[in-house]
Ligand binder design. Sequence first.
Ligand code: PLP
Length: 390
Amino acid sequence: VQHLSQALQRIEASPTTAMTDRASELRAEGRDIISLSVGEPDFPTPPHVIEAAKAALDAGDTRYTPVVGTAALRKAAALHFERDLGIATDPSRVIVTAGGKQAIFEALAATVSAGDEVIVPSPWWVSYPQMVRFCGGTVAPLRTSARNNFRFSPSELEALITPRTNWLMLNSPGNPTGAVFPADMLRGIGDVLRRHPQVLVLSDDIYSPLIYTEAPHATLAVECPDLADRICTVSGVSKSHAMTGFRIGVATGPDWLVKAMGKLQSNSSGNPASISQAAAVAAFEGPQDFLADWREAFRRRRDLVVARVNAIPGLSTPVPDGAFYCLVDAAPLMNRFGGDDGKLALHLLDHGVATVAASAFGGKDGFRISFAADEAVLVEALDRIDKALA
Ligand code: PLP
């Protein structure tokens, strides 16, 4: 007998993970598959981070830590929020979680009740709507399109707000679109939020170091400091320091929310892994100069991918300003795939390239490419895509 909860029945397994798994299966069968479906940097974790993890093991750092993170890491994370994002916070208002994912889940699970509405700009990161549904909330999709560089206007946001709206999910730079909200647009969003005090904002800044615009990364808590007590900002080391496997995320926000998240964590996962926490201290406190090289490499890859995609008949993409994703529109080709971009993605997989269908992200008629891969690999992948669609 299966006894699935109503909450579980409302969600599906992550489609991005499903595609990565399918690509691994094909590879195990001996097929040559280029995977552009994963959401992690391909660079090695910086050596000083690895050394810190080893040192923690040798020092016997193998026990429970405080549930919401070690004092050292909460202090280092507070430093990160202030130095890298401009958000002045206190270690007491920082929670350390098992990846940014857990922080987002906890923030929602601690606050969303049946009937609550959460505004999620689409195309969205796959887990946002699933988490909302798991918590019993309703997803209010805020549709964006390539035409507007996948950004929404203040009036489009305001049109979706009801008395039951309790969160706006904001992800800049965004996955899967690479969209970046500049400071002036954030201030426009802030003007709307001031009129609706029931709305909290989850600012998912996990990709903040990977930005390719002239202007530095902007974040809502800095642009609208008067709203800071309604904003939960999530960051981490997964993308910035190629530490996806360490599972460390950090969040800061109003005291009541951080405490509520901690309460949940104390009764579920407990503290994040002690070794990973020690490594994350080194990530936040150690040298950050390698990031300039990564950014430059990602920018070159982005330019390569965008130019190649836009040269393939039927495909188009705007230039993503951040993260390492490119959301490709294939609308002119969709009748060949019965209007189903899942079939398009499988067709590309048949030709040796794993991507993820746009519909997995609440979009349509396209696919997401992750350009966290070598330039030579990207060139080969785009040759294959070109051939597959010729
Ligand atoms: N937020 C976004 C937009 C992401 O793309 C990801 C990872 O893919 C996360 C959060 C979670 O990252 P982590 O691996 O730290 O849980």
